[in-house]
Ligand binder design. Structure first.
Ligand SMILES: C[S@@+](CC[C@H](N)C(=O)[O-])C[C@H]1O[C@@H](n2cnc3c(N)ncnc32)[C@H](O)[C@@H]1O
Length: 320
């Protein structure tokens, strides 16, 4: 009798076995979902990243995200100071042809228009461009607006802009070199290209502090695939990565080298400070370890180094 009973597990044994099976199943499912999400993310094709990022910004515009808020009256009262505190654009941009590239949302366009420029706005998100149209109508500015990707500016005439303003957005396309070639084509020789980018180190680093202190490098520097989305969205993550967006890391050689190869020379570079809000701000804390953005002033030169007949000699020269 005792022997027969021994063949059947007790209730307790059955419960613990069931629990183990359940735990194993949950772990397997978690791993499966993660793998599928990773595969979907890494096999993004051209159409996917544009569509996904357009939808993300359409939704952000509808939700009145801070990145989609128009300029205030106070900012518009002194527009050039608001957009160019460093004075990279000179004393006046009145009458200049300005391209606000990937800059929808009603903020950039209205500030440059208020400073007297003739403004063209390019963006992939119809909802962001709608904000530009709305603000222009409210403030009585005239604008040219095109819905397209920054990778294709074929609707714009060559050498037609004195200034190209490009807020943080190159992270949304895989090939930054293609964008620089487009910008170079539409910028007149002597024209200025001011762009901001997410720094590669910032895209590599964890968004929140590690329990042991500091921040960890989580993602490879050399990569073609998008940077994986954060494991969880926190307040800090939301300021560094746009939820749901497909983002690519561009190396320094691709940002600075790519600009130079496309026919620009770098005249100034700054790393806007975000670390000074005090220790209670998680965003400022992270920014004191890794600068989130870089701002670059580049000038279009008539004879690009790589152009036929251009100066291929890379020896530095002092030109007086
Ligand atoms: C950080 S927002 C910049 C504008 C923001 N309102 C500002 O004031 O700085 C980034 C913009 O890039 C746009 N964008 C994303 N991918 C794009 C692409 N492939 N081509 C053009 N614009 C793109 C988004 O729709 C969004 O309006």
């Amino acid at each position: 009798m005792t022997k027969v009973l021994a063949k059947f597990p007790s209730r307790g044994q059955v419960r613990s076995k069931t629990r183990k099976i359940l735990i194993k199943t949950v772990l397997f499912l978690k791993k499966y979902v993660k793998t599928v999400a990773h595969l979907a993310h890494s096999s993004m094709n051209r159409f996917d990243y544009q569509r996904v990022n357009r939808d993300v910004y359409d939704n952000m515009a509808t939700a009145q995200n801070p990145l989609c808020r128009p300029a205030t009256d106070a900012e518009l009262a002194n527009p050039l100071q608001t957009v160019d505190a460093a004075g990279w654009l000179g004393k006046s941009i009145a009458g200049k042809q300005v391209l606000c590239l990937a800059a929808g949302g009603g903020r950039q366009s209205s500030l440059y228009a208020a400073a007297g420029a003739e403004v063209t706005v390019i963006d992939i998100s119809p909802a962001m461009l709608e904000l530009d149209r709305r603000v222009a109508a409210q403030r009585n500015f005239s604008l040219r607006v095109f819905e397209t990707t920054m990778e294709d500016l074929s609707m714009l005439a060559a050498s037609s802009f004195d200034i190209v303003i490009h807020p943080v957005s190159t992270c949304y396309v895989p090939d930054i070199g293609k964008v620089f070639q487009q910008v170079a084509r539409v910028t007149r020789p002597g024209g200025v290209y001011v762009s901001q980018h997410k720094q590669p180190g910032s895209l590599q680093a964890s968004t929140d502090r590690h329990p042991d202190g500091g921040y960890r490098i989580e993602h490879r520097y050399y990569r073609d695939n998008p940077v994986p989305p954060p494991k969880q969205m926190t307040k800090n993550t939301g300021r560094l990565r746009e939820s749901g967006a497909i983002e690519y890391l561009h190396r320094w050689e691709q940002i600075i080298g790519g600009m130079c190869q496309s026919g620009f020379v770098i005249e100034a570079l700054s790393e806007p400070r975000h670390d000074q809000a005090g220790p209670s701000s998680p965003f400022a804390d992270r920014a004191s370890f890794v600068a989130p953005y870089v701002r670059i002033k580049a000038r279009r030169i008539a004879n690009p180094i790589n152009a036929p007949g251009g100066n291929r000699d890379s020896t530095p020269k002092l030109i007086l």
